[in-house]
Design a protein around this ligand. Structure first.
Ligand code: SAH
Length: 349
């Protein structure tokens, strides 16, 4: 039994079953035993796009430099990353944007990261960049903002609801026989106005609402680019997954020892953003988005500078863009303050 499993069992005995969102929050961020707080296993348990190919961060770095210019080249401005992992994405962004000069000079770089061990890794990866750490996006200074986040939204805890015999119930984590963790249904909690009648199960990430409200409150100019996985249309239903050592495992088995993740509801994110008065571009499939930003040309340039690594560079980029790999299931969406031109990389609606 992991130490967190013992703590969760004691909590459930004392206070009753936990909503899946509370379970997810504790598994990821419990200060002593949470996955990110205690033993973040990026690269071992799962691999992200920036860790698959440097070209991912590089073309997005060029995108950021272009969008900064389109904003009127504000100086200074905040360049914020949510959930920076091992700092690879931001390092690639800054390296690619550096020859464009001005944006990197004007940028105050902030990394929003709750995990102490990952903060340390990020500081090492970005040693020359004077990047500051923040506990929350709300702590970023007011003023012009470019925000980037890859595989951040999928970590936001999700509530799960199930419809049985016409009535909605919230899925909870309780105790089964032999005091093991077990999923169950709460009698009285429904998803409210968000419930799609035709669906038998539904996942909702309350963090999406908070995020959109924070972005909308800031005012402009602002661009926020999110890349993550999720269905093209409609809400996710039951997508909670756990990963350890690259394998999918039972989320209840070793809480705190594996990464937990859910699909992102891009349709809802876009609707929330529009309701809050933000402009929305996308979601666009990752392969299409990176293609529009010139990933092929960047790959060829990298190969001609490193001909002996051609096969690896090619394989990394193929992983990012091919529809049966990350190209279709991963999507990019850009939320902007009103009044800016459409962002690059998204074909017009
Ligand atoms: N963006 C990186 C890492 C993705 S892993 C990459 O693409 O390689 C998820 C990251 O989000 C980790 O850095 C994790 O610690 C962070 N994270 C998880 N929950 C968070 C939260 N609530 N606020 C900010 N960061 C969070």
């Amino acid at each position: 039994m992991t130490p967190l499993k013992q703590k969760l069992a004691a909590m459930i005995e004392a206070d009753g079953p936990l909503p899946v969102s509370t379970f997810m929050q504790l598994c990821l961020h419990h200060p002593e035993h949470g996955y990110y707080a205690a033993r973040p296993g990026l690269g071992r348990d799962f691999r992200t796009a920036p860790e698959t190919s440097q070209v991912f961060g590089e073309v997005i770095g060029l995108w950021a430099a272009y969008e900064w210019a389109a904003m009127g080249a504000p100086a200074p401005f905040s360049l914020v990353e949510l959930g920076p992992g091992r700092g690879v994405f931001m390092a690639d962004i800054l390296r690619a944007a550096a020859p464009q000069g001005a944006m990197v000079v004007a940028a105050n770089v902030f990394l929003v990261e709750p995990s102490a061990p990952l903060r340390q890794v990020q500081s090492g990866a970005l040693a020359g960049a004077a990047a500051g750490h923040l506990d929350a996006l709300a702590d970023a200074p007011p003023g012009p903002l470019i925000l980037l986040a890859n595989e951040y939204l999928d970590c936001l805890p999700a509530r799960q609801f199930v419809q049985v015999g016409g009535a909605w119930h919230e899925r909870v984590v309780g105790l089964g026989p032999s005091r093991d963790l077990a999923f169950g249904l709460a009698a009285d909690r429904a998803p409210g106005a968000n419930a799609p009648p035709a669906q038998s199960a539904l996942e909702l990430q309350p963090g999406l609402e908070t995020l959109v409200a924070q972005l909308a409150e800031r005012g402009g100019p602002m661009r926020a680019l999110f890349v993550d996985y999720g269905p093209g249309t409609g809400p996710p239903s039951d997508t909670l997954r756990a990963f350890r050592d690259g394998q999918q495992v039972d989320p209840l088995n070793e809480p705190g020892a594996c990464d937990l993740t859910v699909d992102v509801d891009f349709t809802r994110l876009a609707a929330l953003a529009r309701e809050a008065g933000l402009d929305v571009a996308g979601p666009a499939p990752q392969g299409q988005f990176l293609g529009a930003l010139g990933v092929e040309a960047r790959m060829r340039a990298l190969i001609s500078a490193n001909p002996s690594a051609a096969a690896d560079i090619h394989a990394g980029v193929a992983e990012l863009v091919e529809p049966d790999k990350m190209g279709q299931r991963f999507k990019a969406i850009c939320l902007s303050s009103p009044g800016l031109p459409p962002p690059a990389g998204f074909s017009s609606p």
